[in-house]
Design a protein around this ligand. Structure first.
Ligand code: 6CS
Length: 313
């Protein structure tokens, strides 16, 4: 039989590399086949989620940037400066987090989804048409964000005018000046040529892009134990593979951008410059708790405990 698996990126982007490894593992170890649907083949991110919930797709890779509209607690990944940038610490967090491995699966299950794993896709950079070093520089600047209320809130706290849009409208929106900036990891800025329509790439250290692989829960629950184990093992192999794959990816992507368009500036804000952005985290955290109540508080507390454990190594 054939299992359908959709994701939000192209085959040679991080989610695609993950998906190809997953497919390879499933097909090498069983008679099942995986049919991959990259970004655009079945619509936008919101469309593939609907199809997965309806059981038309067996697997879907979607970022909390979009899932946050469905599962409010998943917005916790948009509290700025929560995740560390150190890759070892970050990877250890994703591997061992109780919040991710034990608490989130229950919330996803309520939406008919079996959460298989969450993994990082790289430090997020903000790309803009005008240079940005302070919240004042973002005044009246329309920054496109994924359709996630807390991400909107965090850009408002950064001093910008957040504009939630599906991915498909971003390149054109920048071309026509409907928006003047957006945020994404370096590999995605390079592969989707964001450097053609924005001129300044700024790392504020505020986040790392998180994404998640899910299965339709009725499909997953109906499988034999052997098949469930096969899927868990393939997920683990793809998880390990994607962490290895990302070693040096940000630097290589920035090099490719410099080569493609030398006039683009690439800036890492100093600690001093980051301070006013970091200061906004507290209010965004408070908004997260307002939106999600005690369940959100429990997730946030557990995430902080998981992050502290990852920092200790
Ligand atoms: O910004 C977005 O909408 C997209 N960014 C990434 C890195 N992956 C998929 C998502 O659609």
């Amino acid at each position: 039989d054939t299992w359908r698996y959709a994701f939000e990126e192209a085959l040679d982007e991080v989610q695609g590399v993950f998906a190809q490894k997953f497919k390879e593992e499933i097909e090498a170890n069983s008679d099942h086949e995986i049919q991959l649907f990259p970004y655009g083949t079945l619509g936008e991110s919101a469309d593939i989620m609907e199809q997965a919930q309806a059981g038309i797709l067996q697997f879907v890779n979607q970022s909390p940037g979009f899932t946050g509209a469905l599962i409010p607690e998943a917005q916790v990944f948009f509290v700025p400066y929560l995740l560390p940038q150190d890759p070892e610490e970050l990877n250890s967090f994703f591997r061992n987090s109780v919040a991710i491995n034990e608490m989130f699966p229950e919330l996803y299950a309520e939406q008919g989804l079996e959460l298989l794993t969450m993994y990082p896709e790289g430090e997020v950079a903000i790309t803009t048409k005008a240079p940005m070093r302070s919240p004042e520089d973002l005044n009246e600047v329309k920054i496109r964000v994924m359709t996630n209320p807390l991400l909107v809130e965090s850009y408002r706290a950064f001093g910008a005018t957040p504009t939630p849009l599906p991915w498909g409208e971003v390149y054109g929106g920048l071309q026509t000046n409907l928006i003047q900036g957006q945020e994404n990891p370096a590999f995605f800025i390079e592969s989707t040529r964001m450097y053609e329509v924005t001129d300044h790439i700024t790392f504020a250290g505020h986040n790392n892009f998180t994404t998640a692989l899910m299965a339709n829960k009725d499909f997953f629950d109906g499988l034999s134990e052997e098949d469930q184990e096969l899927i868990r093992a393939a997920t683990e192999a793809a998880f390990d593979h994607i962490l290895d794959y990302q070693e040096g990816l940000t630097e290589a992507s920035l090099d490719a951008i410099r080569a493609a368009r030398p006039e683009v500036t690439i800036t890492w804000l100093s600690e001093e410059e980051r301070a006013p952005f970091e200061a906004s985290a507290e209010s965004v955290e408070a908004t997260f708790i307002e939106m999600t109540g005690s369940r959100g508080q429990e997730i946030l507390d557990q995430m902080k405990a998981d992050l502290a454990a990852a920092a200790e190594g």
